[in-house]
Design a protein around this ligand. Sequence first.
Ligand SMILES: NC(=O)c1ccc[n+]([C@@H]2O[C@H](COP(=O)([O-])OP(=O)(O)OC[C@H]3O[C@@H](n4cnc5c(N)ncnc54)[C@H](O)[C@@H]3O)[C@@H](O)[C@H]2O)c1
Ligand SMILES: [Zn+2]
Ligand SMILES: [Zn+2]
Length: 377
Amino acid sequence: MKVKAAVVNEVNGPYEFEELDLQEIQHDEVIVKVVASGICHSDEALRVGDAEYPLPVVLGHEGAGIIEKTGASVKGFEVGDQVVMAYNSCGSCPNCRTGHPSSCVEWTILNMSGARSDGSPIFKKTDGTPVSSFFAQSSFATHTVTNVHNLIKVAPDADLRLVGPLGCGFLTGAGTVVNGLKPNVGESIVIFGTGAVGLGALMTAKIEGCGKIIAVDIHDSRLEIAKELGATHTINSKTEDLAARIAEITAGAGANYSIDTTGVSAVMKASLDVLGIQGVAAPVAVTPNSIELNTFMDLVLLNKTIKGVLMGDSIPQLAIPKLIEFHKQGQFAFDKLVQFYNFDDINQASADSNSGKTIKPILIIDETYRAGEPLLK
Ligand SMILES: NC(=O)c1ccc[n+]([C@@H]2O[C@H](COP(=O)([O-])OP(=O)(O)OC[C@H]3O[C@@H](n4cnc5c(N)ncnc54)[C@H](O)[C@@H]3O)[C@@H](O)[C@H]2O)c1
Ligand SMILES: [Zn+2]
Ligand SMILES: [Zn+2]
C-alpha cells in the first residue's frame, strides 16, 4: 500500500513528503488510517540528533485514527474502531504484567529501534530502502502499521483530531504526578517548564489536590496559561529570584515535589535545590544535558530522591479514557493548549513549537474526517 509520509532523511534535515510502501501487517498488528497527530518535543529531539536514531525515519507518536485492517490474532479491536496510538510494550514480561508497560524489558527495541523486534521495517522507499519507524506507530503518515499493544479504543463520538497528544505529552505529565510522585492532598509541587508535559502535570496536580502548585518558565505568556489551569503561583525564572520566591511561597520549608521538563542543566539542578526534606524530583525531559551533584549535600543530607519516570509510568489503556473523562468535566482542558495545522505545514508546526509560539501543534492528516462520523462505520 502506498502512503504519504513526512520523512526525516538526515540529522537536522526538514520533514520531506515522500510516497512510501507500507509493509504488510503481522498477526498482532493493525493498519490505522491516521486522522491527526500531535508533535511532541521528543520528535524534535530525534530530528535534530539529540538522541541517536537510524535515519531515514517517519516520526510521530501522538497519532489518532481509524482501524482499516486487523491481524489474525488481534482481539478487542475491529475495522472502523477509533483509536489513539500510544507506545508499544510486549504485554508479557514481569513489568508489563505488574502494570508498568513503560518499564517493559523490550521497551527500547519495540519503540526506539526503528523497526519491529524481528528487525523488519514498517515502511520502505519505492526503491526498496527501509525507512525507520518510531514508537511502533510513525503517525506522520496517511496510513501506518501499529501493534495491538499501542492501541487505546476511544468512543465513536470522540474527536480524533484532538485526542492524539493524550498518547504521549499529556499522558507523561499526568502520569509523572499520579504514578511517579504520588502526592498527598495539600502537598506542594514545583513544575519547571510549562509546555504540554508541564501543563499536563499541573492540571493533574490540581486534580490530585496538591496545595501549592508552582509553575516556572521563562515566558510570561505560558505562565498566564499555567495560572488559568490551576497554578497557585508562577515564577519567571529569567526575571525573578527563583530560590527567594520558593522560600517565600513555602515558608522556608522547600517543596515536596518537583518536575523538570526543560532539560536545561541549571534548571534540572534547581529542581533538586527547591525541594525540602524528603522531597522528590522527577526530571523527565529528553535531553543530552547532564547535572553534577554531590550525593551527600544534594541528596543524603535531606533524604531527597531523584526519580526517572518514562511515559508517566502509565498504562495508556487505563489512563487515556480517564483523561478524556476529566477533559469532559472541564478539569483537564488540554484543548486550550492546542493549535491545528495542515499536514503539509509540518515544518512550520515544528518551528512554532520550538519558538514557543505553539504549545501543542496537532497536524490534521485526514481533512475529510468529521468528529462523531467515523469514516468506515
Ligand atoms: N519522560 C518521558 O517519557 C517524556 C515523554 C514525552 C516528552 N518528554 C520530554 O519532556 C520534555 C518537555 O516536553 P514538552 O512537549 O512539554 O516541551 P516544551 O518545549 O513544550 O516545554 C518546555 C518548556 O520549558 C520552558 N523552558 C525552557 N528553558 C527554560 C528555562 N531555562 N527555565 C524555565 N523554563 C524553561 C519552555 O519555555 C517551555 O515552556 C521534552 O524534553 C520532551 O522530549 C519526556
Ligand atoms: Zn512524546
Ligand atoms: Zn513487557
